[in-house]
Ligand binder design. Structure first.
Ligand SMILES: CC(C)(COP(=O)(O)OP(=O)(O)OC[C@H]1O[C@@H](n2cnc3c(N)ncnc32)[C@H](O)[C@@H]1OP(=O)(O)O)[C@@H](O)C(=O)NCCC(=O)NCCS
Length: 307
């Protein structure tokens, strides 16, 4: 039984990663059970080691480049909550916010959020949020509003005929790629995410898309059940970018390809539904301080830690 008479908040240390990650997984699976997506047995024994194999590098990257990273611990020193945010080009984004299931709804989350996502901080503020009422009730009083709902769309990848006239240039790790992707991010999101682009370039294949020599967008391909981000300066150019990633996933022999799509990206949603993609009923809310991000031409980064 976890004791919670006293909660202490302290900065995250690298040695907290395994315990904080386990709290995150137990909390996420308890939420998935509450919304009927997993059974009680799975919620009681969530996959932690296998998830760490794919998500551990993300956690290490985000912790190493965090703006704020806080642990809540109980009176015998056990980790019972974790909140992490990153600040990129002035935009503050909350990437993790989880409290141990048996200790939720007692104010621990608020204490973490006050430290990791303080009101007033950031030129822009962004959160990819679950639909948990406890989370939403806090977020919507912490300087962000509803922007769109996003959903995972999945299918077995097909080899597709590519005749859009768009060429795909493989991005190599380095400053030039970071700048090229950042230019598009700045145009669409309003901020660059250089640290994350550097990480992505080492994590999955990426391409710059050109028409008649001019850059029209970028796409990061599939790595396991994650892909993205994918972006086109003009929303009508999203389909060939999605097709390219699906094609590459088929060539790599992947069983499934996942896209995390903002529902306000009408072109992507229609294109994927027409292509037989299935909607996975795990919806997230994009919350932000303003409607300045052009998510009608954006497909998210998977896993859903950053937009
Ligand atoms: C989200 C989470 C981290 C919050 O931590 P917590 O310790 O439970 O949160 P707190 O008790 O500090 O705050 C919850 C707030 O929600 C309010 N609340 C709870 N249910 C609510 C409802 N149905 N409607 C409106 N407000 C509600 C509470 O009154 C409280 O607000 P208050 O501080 O003004 O009283 C935690 O509940 C959790 O881990 N949830 C599951 C995982 C998850 O979805 N995380 C979010 C990832 S984006």
């Amino acid at each position: 039984m976890i004791s919670t008479t006293v909660t202490t908040y302290r900065p995250f240390a690298a040695t907290d990663a395994p315990e904080a990650f386990a709290v995150f997984r137990r909390s996420l699976f308890d939420y998935l059970h509450r919304i009927g997506m997993v059974d009680a047995e799975t919620a009681a024994n969530p996959p932690i080691e296998t998830a760490w194999a794919s998500q551990g590098p993300w956690i290490e990257h985000l912790a190493a480049t965090a703006a704020e990273n806080w642990i809540a611990e109980d009176d015998v020193g056990r980790v019972i909550g974790w909140a992490l945010s990153v600040e990129r080009d002035g935009a503050l984004e909350l990437t993790h916010f989880f409290v141990e299931p048996g200790t939720q709804a007692r104010g621990i989350g608020r204490g973490l959020l006050e430290r990791a996502f303080p009101i007033g901080r950031g030129k822009h503020r962004v959160i990819m949020a679950t639909q948990d009422p406890r989370a939403l009730a806090l977020y919507l009083r912490f300087g962000v509003n509803y922007i769109t709902t996003s959903m995972d769309m999945v299918r077995r990848p097909r080899a597709l005929e590519m005749n859009s006239g768009i060429t795909f240039e493989r991005l190599t790790p380095g400053d030039e790629s970071v700048r090229a992707v950042g230019d598009i991010e700045a145009a669409i999101l309003g901020h660059r995410r250089e640290a994350d682009v550097r990480f992505l370039l080492g994590n999955r294949a990426g391409w710059l898309a050109r028409r008649d020599g001019s850059v029209i967008g970028f796409a990061f391909g599939a790595n396991g059940s994650n892909s993205g981000p994918i972006a086109s300066l003009d929303p009508s150019d999203i389909p060939p970018l999605l097709d390219h990633v699906e094609n590459e996933a088929a060539a790599a022999g992947l069983e499934e390809v996942y896209f995390a799509v903002p529902m306000m990206n009408d072109v992507a949603v229609r294109h994927l539904l027409a292509g037989g993609f299935q909607i996975e009923p795990f919806y997230v809310k994009v919350l932000a301080d303003s409607r300045s991000m052009q998510l009608d031409r954006w497909v998210h980064t998977g896993p859903a830690f950053i937009i």
